[in-house]
Write a protein that binds this ligand. Structure first.
Ligand code: ZN
Length: 446
């Protein structure tokens, strides 16, 4: 370990804590165990390149028996319980939360979702299990076509109501930031409707929503055999929706059954001209170079990745692109090809994990279960899946002030009744949430 790192880890929380500092806190959380996921507190899965250096990191960047001072919605101070105790008598009870040795993590971040859609496809799920083939279901107007039809037909109020249930389910498991994609409209009006609902969900529930334009998701039936013409429309709609404030990032589905790298490149060129970050559904079913394309555009993330090559992993590492791992789709499709986790580790590509909540391949509204699947199916560690739904999920959304408990970051927190952080990835179906805080305000105390 080198000198500078040693000094960082030795006393990462040393700050002046006098009367003037403490009286400026709006709120103080005491008696907490904190998984900070902050490098300032020793979190360092990806620090350095040799094993010895890795061994010096502190698991989860954890701080035991600690306290947090919050001011104007931000973390203003973190330190030990002893440091803050002398200053507590002057606080009103309403300004103090005694969490009684429970655990605090950053609020969870679901960085890849399609939660806004109309209808559902449980009828197809049942038919398939009764022996009906995918081909027959598709021939009867099933599959993504069914979701596009239901989403186009839904009023904005109905679409909001249907989607809100899924958002609430995620929030009840500690999610304080979420990414929501369009991509079931495949026409201008419905793509707009989906992104508008995504914005409305964020406003009503007062949590962070990052919107993603995914018109290049599938070829609508009216463009059958005219994919290039459809991509031209996708490129024309993007500046319109962006000018309406509806687009934070741009995505596509790069696959033999969807769009080629050349078609996606045309969409990315428009995104670049608008200064919008890109991401991509890549290498889920085959390796056609989607991740290399994302890396070329210095994209935020490349997602799915079961068929990703080591050569393209190196490109992702060089462009600091996050690998978003989606075990819900792997599980639902009964896939057997594992994403190249070991190679991603070797090249220090940050890994995020997400529900990929969608009506076809991942009807999953539990980020905790996605974490468990990440460990059980993909051999990720509990620390990796928790980092993947906090600090690296924030990176996948371009949100440097979220996903860690660190001075200056947003006070977005989740409070858990657990013995240790690994419980969050270990248990299935038991929800140990006690509350979420968003920008310094307790939003739910369950
Ligand atoms: Zn997806």
């Amino acid at each position: 370990m080198n000198e500078s790192k040693n000094s960082v880890l030795k006393n990462p929380t040393e700050q002046t804590l006098d009367e003037s500092t403490t009286t400026s806190f709006d709120h103080v959380i005491i008696n907490a165990n904190i998984a900070t996921f902050s490098a300032q507190h020793g979190f360092g899965i990806d620090i350095g390149s040799d094993a010895n250096e890795h061994a010096d990191s502190i698991p989860y960047g954890q701080l035991l028996n600690a306290a947090i001072g919050i001011k104007s919605g931000k973390v203003a101070w973190i330190g030990t319980q002893n440091q803050i105790t002398a200053h507590l008598p002057k606080y009103q009870a309403s300004q103090i939360t005694d969490v009684d040795d429970k655990w605090i993590t950053p609020g969870l971040i679901d960085c890849h979702t399609h939660i806004v859609y109309g209808g559902n496809r449980s009828n197809e799920f049942e038919a398939r299990l009764q022996g009906v083939s995918y081909q027959d279901i598709a021939a009867q107007g099933g599959g993504i076509v069914a979701t596009v039809s239901a989403t186009r037909a839904a009023s904005i109020e109905s679409l909001f109501a249907q989607s809100e249930k899924r958002l609430i389910a995620l929030m009840k498991e500690g999610v304080t930031s979420i990414e929501i994609k369009s991509g079931y409209g495949l026409d201008l009006d419905t793509e707009r409707k989906m992104l508008t609902v995504a914005r409305q969900l964020g406003e009503k529930h007062d949590i962070h929503v990052s919107t993603t334009y995914l018109a290049a998701h599938a070829l609508p039936t009216e463009y059958k055999d005219h994919a290039d013409d459809y991509i031209e429309q996708v490129c024309e709609w993007l500046p319109i929706l962006h000018s309406e404030g509806l687009v934070d990032a741009v995505d596509g589905f790069c696959e033999n059954i969807a769009f080629s790298t050349e078609q996606i490149r045309r969409v990315f060129e428009v995104a670049r001209s608008l200064d919008l970050p890109v991401k991509l559904h890549s290498e889920q079913l085959s390796d056609i170079g989607g991740s290399a394309l994302v890396a070329e555009y210095k994209g935020l993330s490349s997602d799915h990745l079961e068929h990703l090559s080591e050569e393209d992993i190196k490109k992702m590492a060089a462009s600091n692109t996050v690998a978003v791992i989606l075990p819900g789709a792997f599980y639902t499709l009964r896939d057997t090809k594992l994403p190249p986790i070991e190679a991603l580790r070797k090249h220090h590509v940050p890994m995020a994990i997400s529900t990929d909540c969608n009506p076809g391949t991942s009807p999953l509204t539990s980020l905790l279960l996605a974490m468990n699947m990440g460990c059980t199916l993909f051999y990720l560690t509990p620390e990796e899946v928790l980092a993947g739904s906090t600090v690296y999920a924030a990176q996948a959304l371009g949100l440097p002030n979220k996903g860690k408990v660190e001075v200056g970051c947003d006070a977005d927190l989740a409070l858990w009744d657990i013995a240790r952080p690994a419980d969050l990835a270990y248990q299935m179906g038991l929800n140990p949430i006690q509350g979420i805080m968003v920008q310094g305000q307790w939003r739910e105390r369950m």
